[in-house]
Design a binder for this molecule. Structure first.
Ligand code: GLN
Length: 528
């Protein structure tokens, strides 16, 4: 192992370290997990009033987990690489004994009595879970403005969106409030927030990470994945949460791809013989000039590292967004039928008339769901209704098949596909709130991978007008390691130019505004 310097000599601030570095310092007993948890909770106290990345912090649980790891380490027990490294969790994942709202008012009091599998795995390896992060209600959105608990702000510019639906996780990591976070990606909700906050986010292969305990939005598209500040850190988290889960019938029964080794290999910056395909359909029209400029430079870097770069046509990608906005609402309308005022969350009596099952259900859903959720339930119910099913849902499924065929054909020619992750940098809060279609276009480049079940990563490739731009790398299903290899190569080359991570260039955040995050004691509602 490399010689370990005291953390204070490195940066003076534990929150600035990478998760991989925290892991080394923990292993060398240069720092304790308790110190790391304390440093991050302090940081949240100082800056989360401005950022609003967290809905809840979990200090008691986090310190308990940290102390357990510190004791185990003192005894010389064998521990995994992330033991003791704090992680933030998108509030879409069930946490036993801690309220899980999914950004919705309808779940404002829902205390799960079990852990999502990914949470169970993280607890088992000893990562202190420090809090639940803000998100668009039921993961529907690209800006985190659709949260019932107020918007999250982009750490690069507090007047701008942090992306969505996982804006809380991306902003928490980008603002150094957590080194790692979990997200979920149905159409881009890990990669798009990563792109606009200068962080790294991966959507793993569908089935590669368990969805058990993930509040379902569109079950055939949803995938849990890592959010981090670097590619190796993302790989470490991916490795910790991936793998087969008998509780999830769509879970792949095979080993997690060796993403950590791939990230390390990538950092050597040798891409000789790697075939990279530029998606012909994802550039040009609708893409901001500054985004295209950074993208062109990133392609140049890939060539410099030995990659063979060519343009690959994926004609059906042009229809992917349209297909997604039929399939996703259809599945969501069905999944969200469970919020019936009887089984989960709040229960609201009708204002007048008798309280029957129907009237209570109606009043509860009216009061509990926000506008975007209602819009999608109506759209999905319509698309699935008799008479329209074939025209809308059926056609969308055919497009989905064509998108999958495009990927298959492309991956016969190239090892990976690349595109900008998002067409634009972070837009202003409020700018697209009244224009759902404009908001939906944020995911034009990320959605094809969800329709095909294939993996994708977003890595920062520089700034346009002072705001982060992301590169998306897409790989064949079950070959997630390609995303990490290419992502790490680009990251290593660029950090050399920048003299460190892009996030080091982010402006300092204002401190001292009281955080809106609610610190919870050991359990809420006594549900353990
Ligand atoms: N922004 C997309 C949507 O609104 C993607 C959401 C997601 O990935 N959860 O549906």
């Amino acid at each position: 192992m490399s010689p370990v310097a005291a953390p204070t000599n490195e940066t003076g601030d534990l929150t600035r370290l990478s998760a991989a570095r925290m892991s080394e310092l923990l292993a060398a007993k240069e720092v304790s997990s308790r110190e790391l948890v304390q440093a991050h909770l302090d940081r949240i106290d100082r800056v989360d009033g401005a950022v609003h990345a967290f809905l809840r912090t979990m200090p008691e649980q986090a310190f308990e987990a940290a102390d357990a790891v510190d004791r185990a380490r003192a005894k010389g027990e064998a521990l995994g690489p992330l033991a003791g490294v704090p992680v933030a969790v998108k509030d879409v994942l069930a946490t036993n004994g801690t309220v899980t709202t999914c950004g919705s008012k309808i779940l404002e009091n829902w205390t799960p009595v079990y852990d999502a599998t990914v949470i169970e795995k993280l607890r088992a390896v000893g990562t202190p879970l420090i809090g639940k992060t803000n998100m668009d209600e039921f993961a529907m959105g690209s800006s985190t403005e659709h949260s019932a608990y107020g918007a999250t702000h982009n750490p690069w510019d507090l007047d701008r969106i942090p992306g969505g639906s996982g804006g809380g996780s991306a902003a928490a990591v980008g603002a150094f409030e957590a080194p790692l976070a979990l997200g979920s990606d149905t159409g881009g909700s890990i990669r798009q927030p990563a792109s606009v906050t200068g962080t790294v986010g991966t959507k793993p292969t569908y089935g590669g990470v368990s969805r058990y305990g993930l509040v379902a939005m569109a079950s055939s598209l949803d995938q849990v994945g890592p959010v981090a500040r670097g590619v190796l850190d993302a790989a470490l988290l991916h490795a910790a949460i991936g793998g087969h889960d008998p509780h999830d019938s769509t879970s792949l029964d095979e080993p997690v791809p060796d993403v950590v080794a791939a990230a390390k290999l990538g950092a050597a910056r040798d891409l000789k013989g790697v075939r990279v395909g530029i998606v012909g359909q994802l550039r040009g029209e609708g893409f901001q000039q500054g985004v295209l400029d950074r993208y062109a430079e990133a392609l140049g870097l890939l060539e410099d590292m030995g990659a063979e770069v060519s343009v690959v046509d994926c004609p059906s990608f042009e229809y992917a967004l349209g297909a997604y906005y039929l399939i996703m609402p259809s599945e969501a309308s069905s999944n969200l039928a469970r919020f019936d005022a009887m089984r989960y969350g709040i229960r609201v009596a009708p204002e007048s008339g008798p309280a029957t099952v129907e009237t209570v259900m109606g009043a509860t859903r009216e009061a509990g769901f926000g506008d975007e959720v209602k819009r999608r339930i109506i759209l999905g119910t319509y698309a699935l209704s008799a008479g329209y099913y074939d025209a809308y849902y059926g056609s969308a499924q055919k497009v989905r098949t064509l998108v999958q065929a495009d990927f298959r054909a492309a991956f016969e020619k190239v090892d990976v596909l690349v595109s900008p992750t998002t067409p634009t940098t972070a837009f202003k809060l409020g700018e697209k709130l009244d224009d759902p279609l404009q908001m939906y276009l944020s995911d034009v480049a990320t959605i094809p991978a969800n329709l095909a079940g294939t993996p994708g990563i977003s890595v920062p490739i520089g700034l346009a007008d002072g705001l982060p731009v992301g590169l998306q790398v897409l790989a064949p299903a079950r070959a997630d390691e390609w995303c990490y290899r290419l992502g790490a190569a680009v990251e290593a080359a660029l950090e050399d130019q920048w003299g460190g991570p892009l996030l080091n260039q982010a402006p300092a955040l204002p401190e001292g505004t009281a955080s809106a995050a609610k610190p919870v004691s050991g359990t809420e509602g006594g549900a353990r």
